[in-house]
Design a protein. Structure first.
Length: 71
């Protein structure tokens, strides 16, 4: 919900837009750190979802990097 997908520019390669999405998710996760320390359960849940989303994006970036390395 709070994790906005970055707009994909025209002609962007898949890995670049995935990487941009990853940076956006990491930036949003940073905003949840302080409220989590303060005990906010909703911030903790958003942070958990962000971590899960970031892990998936990292896997996509790695897969794209491997595909590019083979060609």
């Amino acid at each position: 919900m709070g994790y906005v997908q970055a707009m994909k520019p025209p002609g962007a390669q898949g890995s670049q837009s995935t990487y941009t999405d990853l940076l956006s998710v990491i930036e949003e996760m940073g905003k949840e750190i302080r409220p989590t320390y303060a005990g906010s359960k909703s911030a903790m849940e958003r942070l958990k979802r962000g971590i899960i989303h970031a892990r998936a994006l990292v896997r996509e970036c790695l897969a794209e990097t491997e595909r590019n390395a083979r060609t």
